[in-house]
Design a protein around this ligand. Structure first.
Ligand SMILES: Cc1ncc(COP(=O)(O)O)c(C=O)c1O
Length: 426
C-alpha cells in the first residue's frame, strides 16, 4: 500500500477521482447510518430481559419494603454489589438512580453551591474555577463544565493515561483548579486503561487547592471485549489513602451498559468523610432512590461472577463489530500514512485520528452521504479539537452489515479528505 504523501500530483488526482466515483455510488444509495453515540444494540438490551422476572416481589430478606420511602444511600444489597465490582466497602458507596452522569452533575452542583468536605468555601465563591480535561475525552463531561461556566484546561491523553507532567504542573500552581475528569478504564474514546503509576501519581500529587476532587468515571469497569485480555485499573481510593489524600476522589459507575442504558442503577463511591457529607446533602433532595429497580438489579445480577458471564455475552455480540472496524480500516487505509486509530480491549469506542486538519471535512462528507458520526470536535473541550483530527467511532448500535457499510463509507471520506488536503499543498 503506497503512502499518499509519496505519490505524485497526477497519481493523487487520479486516485481522488476513483474515490469520488465510489463516494457518489454510496450517496446514490440514500443511506441512513448512525455511529454517533455509544448505545447498546437491541440484542444487548435483550440479554437483560430477565430483570423483569425478579423473584423477590418487593421485600428484601431484611424486611425492607422497597416500594416505600427511605434508604437515601440505596439498598444495602445494591451497595454490596457495587462494592464488590469496585473493590470498595459498602459503607463507601451511595447507590442512586439510573444515571451516573446525573450523579456527576449533582456532585459538581453541590461542590459549587455548598463546597466539598474539608473545603472552606463553596467553589462558586472562589472565582472562575477550572477543571482539567484529559482529551480526547467524553463530551458530556465537558458539557457539564460548559453549563456551569467552569473553565476547561485540555491535557493530552497518552497510552497510559493523561500527560501527568502537565497535570502535576498545573495543579501544583493553580488554586482555582478544583476538578479533573478521568475515565480510567477503557477510556471514552481512546480505550486507554490508566497504568498503576499514573493512578499513584494522581493520588499522591501536590495540589494547591485543598478542595480539589478527581471525578473518576469508571463507566467501563466490567466492559471487557476479550476474556483473555482483561484490563483493570488500580483502586484509586486506596491509592489516595496510602498517600494521605483519602478525600481526593469521587468514583462513579453504573449498569447502563450492563443491563439497560436508560433504566439501570448507578453509584458514587468515596471516602467515609465524603460519603457522610453527600448523604446529608442528598437527604434534602430525595426521600430515597428507586429501590425497586435496585432490587431487580441485585436479584438479576447477583454477584461479580454472574456479571462477568453477562458481559461475556455482550462481548460476543459487539466484538465482531469492533473487529469489523479494525478489518475495514486496515484494509482501506492501512499504512497509507494518513491516519491512526485505537484497537481497544474493552469499552465502547474506537478513537480515530485523521491527518491533521481533515476531521471536519470527513464529518461533512460522511454526513452528506447519510452517515452520522459523533460531531467532529466533540471529544475536546468547547467542541474544538486543536488538530482537527479526532473522530469517535461508536460501533455497538448498528447491525453488523450496516456498520460494515458505514465503515467503508467512512474510509472513503477519510481518504478523500486526506488527498484533497495533500493536493492543496502541492
Ligand atoms: C465515560 C462515560 N461516562 C458516563 C456515561 C453515561 O453513564 P450513565 O448512563 O450511567 O449516566 C457514558 C455513556 O456513554 C460514558 O461513556
Amino acid at each position: 500500500m503506497s503512502k499518499y504523501k509519496e505519490m505524485s500530483k497526477i497519481a493523487l488526482e487520479d486516485k481522488l477521482n476513483t474515490l469520488k466515483n465510489k463516494y457518489e455510488e454510496f450517496k446514490a444509495m440514500n443511506l441512513q447510518l448512525n455511529m454517533a453515540r455509544g448505545r447498546p444494540c437491541y440484542e444487548q438490551l435483550d440479554l437483560s430481559g430477565g430483570i423483569n422476572d425478579c423473584k423477590i416481589q418487593y421485600k428484601t430478606e431484611a424486611g425492607t419494603d422497597c416500594r416505600n420511602y427511605g434508604g437515601v444511600d440505596g439498598l444495602p444489597q445494591s451497595k454490596e454489589l457495587f462494592a464488590k465490582i469496585l473493590d470498595m466497602d459498602p459503607s463507601e458507596i451511595i447507590v442512586g438512580g439510573n444515571s451516573s452522569l446525573n450523579m456527576m452533575h449533582d456532585s459538581i452542583t453541590r461542590a459549587l453551591l455548598l463546597g466539598v468536605y474539608g473545603g472552606e468555601k463553596p467553589w462558586v465563591q472562589q472565582g472562575k474555577i477550572k477543571f482539567i480535561c484529559p482529551s480526547p475525552g467524553y463530551d458530556r463531561h465537558f458539557a457539564i463544565c460548559e453549563l456551569f461556566g467552569i473553565e476547561m484546561i485540555t491535557v493530552d491523553m497518552k497510552e497510559d493515561g493523561p500527560d501527568m507532567e502537565a497535570v502535576e504542573n498545573l495543579l501544583a500552581n493553580d488554586e482555582l483548579i478544583k476538578g479533573m475528569w478521568c475515565v480510567p478504564q477503557y477510556s471514552n474514546p481512546d480505550g486507554v486503561t490508566y497504568s498503576g503509576q499514573v493512578v499513584d501519581r494522581l493520588a499522591g500529587m501536590k495540589v494547591k487547592a485543598g478542595d480539589f476532587r478527581i471525578f473518576w468515571d469508571n463507566a467501563y469497569c466490567v466492559h471487557h471485549l476479550y476474556a483473555d485480555k482483561k484490563e483493570k485499573v488500580k483502586n484509586i481510593l486506596r491509592a489516595c489513602e496510602a498517600t494521605g489524600n483519602p478525600d481526593r476522589v469521587f468514583i462513579f459507575t453504573s449498569t447502563s451498559k450492563v443491563t439497560f442504558a436508560g433504566a439501570g442503577i448507578s453509584c458514587i463511591a468515596a471516602s467515609m468523610n465524603n460519603i457522610e457529607l453527600i448523604k446529608r446533602q442528598i437527604s434534602k433532595q430525595t426521600i430515597g432512590p428507586d429501590k425497586m429497580n435496585q432490587l431487580r438489579h441485585v436479584d438479576f445480577l447477583e454477584n461479580p461472577e454472574k456479571i462477568d458471564k453477562l458481559m461475556e455475552k455482550h462481548a460476543k455480540i459487539i466484538r465482531p463489530k469492533f473487529e469489523a472496524v479494525q478489518d475495514i480500516l486496515n484494509r482501506e487505509i492501512g499504512d497509507r500514512g494518513i491516519a491512526k486509530w485505537s484497537n481497544p480491549k474493552g469499552g465502547y469506542f474506537v478513537s480515530f485520528f485523521a491527518m491533521k486538519g481533515c476531521a471536519k471535512r470527513i464529518g461533512v462528507l460522511a454526513n452528506e452521504a447519510g452517515l452520522t458520526l459523533t460531531p467532529v470536535g466533540a471529544t475536546y473541550p468547547y467542541g474544538s479539537d486543536p488538530d482537527d483530527s479526532n473522530i469517535r467511532i461508536a460501533p455497538t448500535f448498528p447491525p453488523l452489515e450496516d456498520l460494515k457499510k458505514a465503515m467503508e463509507l467512512f474510509a472513503l471520506c477519510v481518504q478523500i479528505a486526506a488527498i484533497e488536503k495533500l493536493l492543496s499543498n502541492k
